[in-house]
Design a protein around this ligand. Structure first.
Ligand code: SF4
Ligand code: SF4
Length: 313
């Protein structure tokens, strides 16, 4: 059986004295969490939870709210890297660090709880070196003083724990998003600082799914991308399909990957339309310039005639 510990030299994390130990899924952990444990709910009283797009779909559908309302009420945005690549974290109860979904009986959204809650005390590390095209997946184990689950007898591998917690499905639905975010972060030094518009678009496509649905339904989007009625019907009714479509569209827009078919001649037509808009703007600017010049000259003439004593008669 291969050693489940990952060689530290193989780690994409820069070497540091605080280097966390990284494991494969074959690593055994001694841990169990249940309702009768002394520390029950302790972890939900001090949250710092990053949400994935799939977490958001599951939670907003459970609560029956549009994504925008969910984001406003239960989350806050944060910057994943120095270039402002956007992420979303769970917003705690005002003035505390307690999760808004915590109840005395436990998690109020248990069947739809986020991936990070399912993983705990393990954490997924999805990392990519700048010279690599695929990301590496490994796990870390967090041992916090308040968590007594580490003193329970149950022993299982991290992979078995992932199955038990239903996190495998979450990872499958989040893989495309993780790859996209890693690629965006690692390409930062090459592509330079992203524009505010591209970061806003990334936020909408990743997290604000209902707004993104409106965006892809507009006529100009349909003129550019070749989507048949069946595909549009699926995107209008299936939030998970819409979420994956958003990630694919971002791969195309940000990195030029051919993920979504374009209409024949659509790019050329859009360039021509934009060129025409630019030309119209330039013509308008010239006309405004001429009108301002005429007004200025008229003004100067009338001032001159007021100051000229010969014209006073
Ligand atoms: S979502 Fe549930 S499990 Fe996760 S922190 Fe909140 S209450 Fe705890
Ligand atoms: S055992 Fe750990 S994970 Fe379970 S309730 Fe206690 S603190 Fe939370």
């Amino acid at each position: 059986m291969p050693d489940p510990k990952i060689d530290i030299k193989d780690s994409p994390i820069p070497e540091s004295p605080l280097q966390p130990v990284q494991y494969t899924g074959e690593q055994e952990i001694q841990f169990s969490c249940h309702k009768n444990i002394k520390c029950f709910n302790a972890c939900c009283r001090q949250i710092d939870l990053q949400l994935t797009p799939y977490d958001i779909v599951r939670l907003k559908n459970r609560l029956g709210m549009p994504s925008e309302e969910f984001l406003r009420q239960y989350t806050f945005p944060y910057e994943i890297d120095k270039d402002g690549v956007p992420g979303v974290k769970m917003k705690p109860v005002d003035g505390t660090s307690q999760c808004q979904f915590m109840t005395e009986e436990g998690c109020g959204v248990y069947e739809d709880r986020p991936a990070a809650c399912r993983y705990y005390p393990a954490g997924l590390l999805s990392l990519r070196r700048q010279d690599e095209s695929v990301d590496r997946q490994s796990y870390v184990i967090v041992q916090e003083n308040h968590c007594k689950g580490h003193f329970e007898d149950k022993i299982q591998t991290i992979d078995q724990y992932r199955e038990e917690q239903g996190v495998v499905e979450y990872d499958e639905h989040s893989r495309g998003w993780r790859q996209l975010i890693l690629k965006k972060i690692s390409s930062g030094p090459v592509l330079g600082k992203p524009t505010a518009e591209s970061l806003q678009f990334l936020f909408m496509a990743c997290y604000n799914h209902d707004k993104f649905r409106e965006f892809i339904s507009n006529a100009s989007f349909r003129k550019t991308f070749d989507l048949n009625e069946d595909k549009m019907n699926q995107l209008n009714t299936d939030d998970v399909a819409l979420m994956h479509f958003g990630i694919d569209l971002l791969k195309q827009v940000l990195f030029g990957e051919q993920t979504i078919p374009l209409r024949t001649g659509a790019v050329k037509k859009r360039i021509e339309e934009r060129w025409e808009i630019v030309q119209q703007r330039n013509r308008l600017k010239e006309e405004i310039g001429r009108a301002q010049k005429d007004a200025y000259e008229l003004d100067m003439e009338s001032q001159q005639s007021e100051n000229d004593p010969d014209d006073a008669s």
